[in-house]
Ligand binder design. Structure first.
Ligand code: SF4
Ligand code: SF4
Length: 410
């Protein structure tokens, strides 16, 4: 694609990076076939190629409008187009640049600003866990949208005693919403790792990975969270006290693996971020080499299941087959279903900011999954799990919870 960047963009780091990405696009349109928003809306402006074109126009000096912002907002950042593109266009990086430029030029309405601010404050504040517990208590009286965000809680169960007794130690993320929403996932992860001789610990001073702020127009705040996490984790990595940071929410893992990219212009943190990123592993990725050891501890068959690979696992981290192979080795009877490469519509806070599109995608996903008649739907991201559960009575769980259960004594 030929470009002619405006003077204000031409000599900036952001402009140069965007230009390099834009020039790779050859307009072929292969990406349209795998874009969920294009499939639903059928509008080229809601496709990767259309969004790339709109971002190019902004960089060439065209003033974006509220309509441009809407087309960019509707993107799920699923990165399915990155996986599909034969020319290696890094759309995921370009959309971040495009959104930043457009949000600087198109002020959001007071209602939109208030929604984004409230989401950030509620989800990241210390009162999220108590509010969520209270919400569960009054769940039957809540409006549908809030009720659907609160699946039945599963008890966390007993945590391993003295995980420090193991020679091998890993860090887990003190994630912002998962422990409050589904404490059983972290507990199951700790038990499964303990069973194969690995202790889990949390680093003081670490917190949310930054994804919520980043995707709600607060990139600076997100980068501050990244720096705080790096400061908390790096000393434990460098001292050899932990061998990896094991992440059981692929949305967080995808974001964390991008730390070095987000902090690439930060002279103080770029190198530190790269060191941390080299130690981040999805729980499936980490456990894959231990499959035989785990399998020996499985006491019952995990049963007939459909594995929904989150976009942050398959398109961001490229780990779909790693996880599917591991689950199959562990005895999961995985069922194939149509369009498993497509987003379920969860996409972080997308289900709140774009409820109609999000629900349409969820329903399409569940229709495809139900045709495979699974007893359980398993996935690896709390957002997808909650979102899918809001539309089905088939249990939706993290696969590590199911594995933990079939490894336990009766
Ligand atoms: S598939 Fe790649 S090269 Fe083709 S239009 Fe889409 S982004 Fe451009
Ligand atoms: S990231 Fe997903 S929703 Fe956005 S343009 Fe690419 S395929 Fe479409």
């Amino acid at each position: 694609m030929q470009t002619n960047l405006a003077d204000w963009a031409r000599d900036t780091d952001l402009g140069k990076e965007a230009d390099e990405i834009l020039r790779r696009c050859v307009h072929c349109g292969f990406c349209l076939a795998t874009c969920p928003t294009y499939q639903i809306l059928g509008d080229e402006l809601d496709s990767p190629r259309g969004r790339i074109y709109q971002i190019k126009e902004v960089l060439e000096g065209v003033q974006p409008t509220y309509v441009t912002q809407q087309h960019l907002d509707r993107c799920l950042t699923c990165r399915n187009c990155d996986t599909t593109c034969p020319s290696g266009v890094k759309y995921g990086e370009l959309i971040d640049i495009g959104r930043e430029l457009v949000s600087e030029r198109v002020p959001r309405s007071p209602g939109q600003r208030a929604l984004r601010y409230t989401l950030r404050k509620v989800l990241l504040g210390p009162w999220f866990a108590p509010l969520y517990r209270m919400g569960r208590f009054v769940r039957p009286a809540l409006p549908g949208i809030l009720k659907s965000k609160m699946p039945e809680s599963r008890p966390a169960g007993k945590l391993p005693t003295n995980p420090k007794r193991h020679a091998r130690q890993v860090l887990m993320l003190t994630s912002c919403v998962q422990p409050a929403m589904m404490p059983s996932i972290d507990a199951a992860t700790a038990r499964v790792l303990d069973a194969v001789g690995i202790g889990t610990r949390y680093a003081a001073g670490s917190g949310c990975c930054g994804a919520i702020n980043f995707h709600l127009d607060a990139q600076d705040a997100a980068c501050d969270q990244m720096r705080a996490n790096i400061d908390a984790w790096l000393p434990l990595i460098e001292s050899g006290e932990v061998e990896a940071i094991v992440v059981n929410a692929s949305g967080c893992g995808g974001m964390m693996k991008d730390y070095a990219h987000h902090l690439r212009h930060d002279a103080q943190y770029a190198e530190k971020a790269a060191k941390v990123v080299a130690h981040i592993q999805d729980v499936g990725e980490f456990l894959a080499p231990l499959a035989a050891q785990l399998k020996a501890k499985v006491k019952r068959a995990p049963g007939r299941a459909a594995f929904h690979p989150p976009c942050t696992l398959q398109h961001w981290q490229g780990l779909r087959t790693v996880n599917e192979r591991l689950l199959t080795e562990l005895g999961f009877d995985l069922q194939v279903f149509a369009d498993s490469h497509l987003c379920c519509g969860s996409a972080g806070t997308y289900s709140i900011t774009q409820p109609a599109l999000s629900k349409a995608l969820r329903d399409r996903k569940l229709t495809a999954i139900h045709e495979a008649l699974p007893a359980t739907i398993v996935s690896s991201n709390i957002g997808c799990i909650t979102h899918l559960q809001s539309g089905t009575s088939t249990p939706v769980r993290h696969w590590i919870e199911v594995l933990d259960e079939v490894m336990a004594d009766d």
